[in-house]
Ligand binder design. Structure first.
Ligand code: FMN
Ligand code: ATP
Length: 318
């Protein structure tokens, strides 16, 4: 995937099929758009391109740092895995903010991104105060010579699937519901860092520690069954998310995973921890011995889960 970030001065020199939006998470609605893009690529030979911003416009307009399902790095990894050819992460400057819809279509989508086809959901919004929409894109399509495809929103039985809906479910602690809306497990990507090295000595087994950036939305603190991608292979895991209150001192919020059947040292490796099911809330134990016993039971619960969900237990390659 070719990646263009933080510049307004670029030009894609091959014809493209473009989509635009925040793409926070890679939910079933986004996947539906991506499938349409792949179909157009197969039919017309256009390369697939995603237009997004390097920070979400809502943060710049309201000044509030809203937690995200995917950091920019995670979004980039996901789009690469989807097989997207180009990712443009455009800077959200004052000038960008004030662009009128037609100017945005002409200058950015058509001139710089070389769009011959555009794929959006029915509720897409762009340009100054989101005044551009699917109707505007339809009106401009003849003038700028692109094909427009407007996709019906993917729904569950209650409402349209959106990043907002998934964030709400995660905040309520419903990881399984969030996963159903995403169409894949909610994941945390990161580099394995050194913890306090108590895993080996106190608990009797090592754990892989990630410290996600503050902006990353984490579900409620607690223990989860997880599946872990390490060097392109999947492993079964059990993950604690939280501050380890049993351990003295101010611990940063961490994502800490015991990985079944992994013998090697993976400090410095980039891994992906996928959350599959909630086991229990994080607790303060009276002693390290009690914590150790409980973690033993958590491991058994996770092992049992994988016996019931054999498709998730495969330690296969990605
Ligand atoms: C499956 C699992 C469950 C855990 N549950 C808790 C918990 O409920 N409360 C807690 O204080 N720490 C919990 N921990 C964190 C342990 O305290 C931590 O693994 C240990 O202190 C090692 O930390 P270190 O890697 O920084 O040395 C859990 C860890 C794992 C792997
Ligand atoms: N459920 C869906 N089905 C089909 N297309 C969708 C769906 N949700 C979003 N899209 C489309 O995907 C593109 C990117 O959407 P975007 O990520 O900005 O919005 P969103 O998922 O609705 O998130 P938010 O809740 O933050 O607004 C837009 O064209 C949008 O219309």
């Amino acid at each position: 995937m070719k990646y263009i970030a933080d510049t307004t001065e670029f030009h894609i020199d091959v014809p493209t099929v473009v989509t635009l939006g925040k793409f926070d998470g890679r939910h079933r609605g986004h996947q539906k758009l991506m499938r349409k893009m792949m179909e157009i690529k197969a039919g017309f030979g256009y390369e697939t391109a995603v237009f997004t911003f390097s920070v979400t416009p809502a943060i710049m307009v309201t000044g509030q740092r809203q937690p995200v399902l995917t950091t920019n790095l995670e979004r980039r990894n996901n789009l690469k895995k989807t097989g997207i050819d180009w990712l443009v992460e455009y800077p959200f400057t004052e000038e960008t903010k004030h662009m009128q819809p037609e100017e945005f279509v002409r200058e950015v989508l058509v001139n710089r991104m070389n769009a011959r086809a555009i794929v959006v959901g029915t509720d897409c919004g762009f340009g100054y105060r989101r005044s551009g929409n699917a109707q505007v894109l339809t009106e401009l399509s003849g003038k700028y010579g692109y094909q427009l495809y407007v996709i019906e929103k993917e729904r569950d039985d209650r409402r349209d699937i959106s990043s907002t809906y998934i964030r709400e479910e995660l905040e309520k602690g419903n990881v399984e519901k969030a996963n159903a809306l995403l169409g894949e497990p909610y994941a945390i990507h990161g580099t394995v860092v050194h913890g306090r090295h108590m895993g080996g000595s106190v608990l009797g087994f090592p754990t892989a520690n990630l410290i996600p950036p503050e902006i990353k939305l984490l579900p409620r603190f607690g223990v989860y069954v997880s599946r872990v991608l390490v060097d392109r292979r999947y492993y079964r895991g059990v993950t604690n998310i939280g501050r380890k209150p049993t351990i003295d001192g101010e611990n940063p919020v961490g994502v800490e995973t015991f990985i079944f059947d992994l013998e090697q040292n993976i400090y410095g490796h980039v891994i992906e921890v996928q959350l599959l099911a909630f086991i229990r809330p994080e607790r303060t134990f009276a002693s390290l011995g009690e914590l150790k016993e409980q973690i033993g039971r958590d491991k058994e619960t996770a092992a049992e889960y994988f016996k019931q969900h054999r498709e998730m237990a495969k330690a296969g390659a990605e």
